[in-house]
Design a protein around this ligand. Structure first.
Ligand code: GDP
Length: 425
């Protein structure tokens, strides 16, 4: 059975925790898109970890962690992340890297930085991990697959060819030092030695695993609204964040993805630029940011303070629909216990008309929130295990959201820990 765990919002919904939790019953966990730009925060018996490239199943002995072909593979970063786990006492995980994954090159990181500098105030708020230049090159067909590291002659020739075009930009657009092809070639040979132990024909491996009835998890990064096609373009990420892309980024048939668990956060948060209709500001936002997540809403990769907002039912329903969600896990509900009342954005007013449909970016930039207000529950809900034991106002909030999402909420997360979960059906 293949199950995808994906986000409905702008990322940081708590997918890491849900994946870590569901990984217990899984054999294989796969990252299929993105790179080291986003991070999952996971708290378990070994401590607190920020994972960037490895899937969130690496903490269990019985699982295999897979980096699929759709990922932007930063090889030294991967090696460092593995070493970091081992140094903190986690048993060395079983890891496979697709021979078709493409390599995030040192110059991708440089181009990402230089471009954000060049754009100045108009920058995208990139994490500067090289992701946009990486995917640009992939589709411009000047990327490097892991498999190419194993043919030195053609590798050398391609490095020289690619450096020629890259150096035109370095010199004339960014006025920065040129890339030395010799040095880059040497770096790539080092990368080869680092990645060698993990390289695998991943789609074949998964084909066999599916035939053998293994439990497979696809772990998405970021959320629906950061998808380059269906999100808030251009303030999006550079690879698809949708469950559907799991089939491509891992190399499995789309019809094998039976279950799409979409993670929805009980309030809104976002990083980077872009329209955010239910955003709140000032002291109201500061308080939620301080209390939010586990130890505050600050980016797992960059440490940047996240933008905060009320629950946006318009964006979240769209986010669930575009994922093809079969169920929803509602997370970080526990932090809302301090509020007297909670607002939920149930419509967008655009040019005087109210809509419940999530619009394209041009209209989104003009949208104003239409709110409904619900009473708070004014107590701590951590530690509660049964749905019926939640305060009535809390259940009302959940059930209101469920109706808006048009998708069953099967799990409610009431704390960052693995076991802090309430199953509903
Ligand atoms: P991801 O990228 O979707 O995995 O999300 P992040 O890891 O960036 O952000 C989620 C944050 O919320 C992390 O710090 C988690 O430990 C924390 N978290 C996840 N679920 C819950 C929850 O139910 N309650 C609380 N208080 N924190 C949670």
């Amino acid at each position: 059975m293949v199950r995808a765990i994906v986000g409905a919002n702008w990322g940081d919904e708590g997918k890491g925790k849900i994946t870590d939790m569901l990984a217990k019953e899984s054999d294989i966990i796969i990252r299929y898109q993105g790179g080291s730009n986003a991070g999952h925060t996971i708290i378990n018996n070994y401590g607190k970890f920020a994972l960037h490239l490895l899937p969130s199943g690496v903490f269990y002995h019985h699982t295999t962690s897979v980096i699929g072909n759709g990922v932007a593979l930063n090889i030294p970063f991967l090696v460092k992340e593995i070493q970091d786990l081992v140094s903190k006492g986690v048993p060395k995980p079983e890891i496979l890297v697709s021979d078709r994954a493409q390599i995030l090159m040192p110059y991708h990181i440089l181009f990402d930085q230089y471009e954000e500098e060049r754009l100045g105030k108009k920058s995208f708020g990139s994490t500067k991990s090289g992701i946009a230049p990486f995917y640009s090159d992939k589709y411009a067909k000047i990327g490097f697959q892991v498999s190419e590291l194993f043919n030195e002659e053609s590798l050398k020739e391609k490095v020289e060819r690619v450096c020629e075009t890259k150096n035109v930009l370095m010199e004339h657009l960014y006025h920065k030092p040129a890339i030395d092809p010799e040095e880059l070639f040497k770096t790539l040979l080092e990368y080869r030695e680092m990645v060698k132990p993990y390289v695998c024909d991943v789609s074949k491996y998964l084909h066999e695993a599916i035939k053998a009835g293994k439990n497979i998890l696809l772990e998405g990064q970021l959320g629906s609204l950061k998808d380059p096609d269906h999100g808030i373009y251009p303030m999006v990420t550079s690879s698809s964040t949708l469950a559907a892309y799991g089939a491509i980024g891992a190399g499995i048939p789309p019809y094998e993805i039976k279950n799409i668990t979409t993670v929805v956060k009980a309030y809104s948060s976002a990083v980077g630029a872009g329209a955010f209709v239910s955003e709140i500001f000032g002291e109201e936002a500061d308080e939620l940011r301080r209390r939010g997540g586990d130890g505050g809403e600050y980016g797992a990769t960059t440490g940047r303070p996240r933008r905060m907002g009320w629950f946006d039912a318009v964006a979240s329903r769209y986010g669930c629909r575009i994922q093809g969600s079969t169920e929803v896990a509602l997370t970080v509900l526990d932090v809302l216990g301090y509020l007297d009342e909670l607002r939920i954005c149930v419509g967008y007013e655009i040019d005087g008309k109210v809509t419940k449909d999530f619009p394209t970016t041009v209209e989104l930039n003009r949208a104003k929130p239409v709110y409904t207000t619900l009473p708070g529950w004014k107590c701590e809900i951590r530690g509660i295990k049964n749905y019926g034991d939640l305060p009535e106002n809390c259940r009302n909030y959940i059930e209101f959201i469920e109706k808006e999402l048009e998708t069953p909420i099967t799990m409610v997360s009431n704390g960052p820990g693995r076991d802090e979960i309430i199953y509903r059906r």
